[in-house]
Design a protein around this ligand. Structure first.
Ligand code: GTQ
Length: 350
């Protein structure tokens, strides 16, 4: 919180008055106004990086202590050091790493919260959504819409790890959380794999598809396709000074972000690139898919490589510097701020 530079001084009469109204659960705005309405974002969220090796080792240890079934979701939560004890990676968003071991199932449930998965390690585990299973491969962006049954399984011989991003703090703030369980661990499968991607992900829509579904009907955006798009674009597009080449995952029924509450993007930064100073009001969680580099957030330097996860708070100036070509996945609450008309960016002098 910034200092209350404009708070009026106390007098005996004022103090007596504050004491009296306090008993009736009333307070004086002028003592707190500077904390409530700030000239610019004043977030408790701090820049931070979690290195994958340490997270993975803890996750393997967790695997010896609890099953996916008993845990319901075996996840280690990224707690922003400025927001400890709240399961928040930013003020509005939650992130964690989930592990599913061979032959395990994370049982089917559905909830108000929207979730994204970004696959970090492994091959061939699956998530089921709306009666369809999708195989998970490294770099795939997978979503589970608000209210959709979802379970995760692993028929591969190796552990599978992915980054979870959910709007848990936002739904908590709105007091709008509902959760239900299916009696059986796995939901019935009644669509062949690839059905949603064929229907909605080939630049066509079923002819009678309604416009404006809240969440994208595509639930796996495979990395191979997204990466290929970035590679193709570098041949003809000038690099954006702040972002390199940055694309957002889209809901094909309305052109909005894939989920109503969480914006997700994939960006390519070429060998040796140093981005121009940039800031925006959406605190952002990044993970590197390819490459190594460092991201300066104000005075803080975050060194990162593949699968590391780092966070940039709202309105803090950010500069990315990469060694070789690098690919970053990121997510934020920009999808919400856009709808409310409050999202802002500052591209410096770029
Ligand atoms: O996979 O459904 O990291 O419900 C937190 C809550 C994952 C999930 C999380 C969840 C899930």
């Amino acid at each position: 919180m910034p200092p209350q530079s404009t708070a009026p001084v106390d007098t005996a009469a004022r103090r007596a008055f504050y004491g009296k109204i306090d008993k009736a659960n009333i307070s004086a705005l002028w003592n707190n106004l500077a904390n409530l309405v700030t000239p610019e974002p004043a977030s408790a969220c701090v820049p931070y990086v979690w290195h994958y090796n340490a997270v993975r080792a803890a996750m393997i240890e967790a695997g010896g202590l609890i099953t996916a079934k008993e845990a319901e979701r075996r996840v280690l939560v990224f707690e922003n050091p400025g927001l400890r004890g709240q399961s928040k990676v930013t003020t509005s968003l939650y992130a964690g790493v989930q592990m599913v071991l061979p032959h395990e199932v994370a049982p089917s449930h559905r909830h108000s919260q929207s979730a994204l998965r970004f696959v970090l390690e492994g091959s061939g585990a699956y998530t089921a959504v709306n009666g369809e299973r999708t195989r998970m491969e490294v770099g795939d962006f997978i979503i589970t819409p608000s209210g959709a049954w979802h379970d995760h399984g692993n028929a591969s011989p190796d552990p599978m790890f992915w980054l979870d991003g959910l709007d848990i703090p936002l739904i908590q703030f709105l007091d709008a959380s509902f959760l239900e369980h299916l009696p059986e661990d796995e939901q019935p499968i009644n669509r062949p794999e690839g059905d949603a991607l064929a229907r909605f992900g080939a630049n066509m829509l079923p002819v009678d598809q309604k416009r404006g579904a809240t969440t994208s009907p595509i639930f796996n955006y495979p990395y191979a396709r997204s990466r290929e798009a970035l590679e193709q674009m570098r041949k003809s597009q000038a690099w954006d000074a702040c972002h390199g080449i940055k694309m957002r995952y889209v809901n094909p029924t309305n052109g909005d972000f894939a989920m109503p509450t969480i914006a997700a993007c994939l960006q390519l930064l070429p060998k040796g690139f140093k981005s121009s100073r940039y800031r925006s009001t959406d605190a952002t969680v990044f993970t590197a898919v390819e490459g190594t580099g460092r991201t300066r957030v104000g005075e803080t330097v975050l060194e990162w490589g593949p699968r590391d996860v780092f966070v940039v708070p709202s309105w803090k100036p950010v500069v990315h510097e990469v060694d070789g070509d690098a690919v970053l996945f990121s997510f934020s609450d920009r999808a919400v701020q856009d709808k409310l008309g409050i999202w802002r960016e500052d591209r410096g002098n770029a």
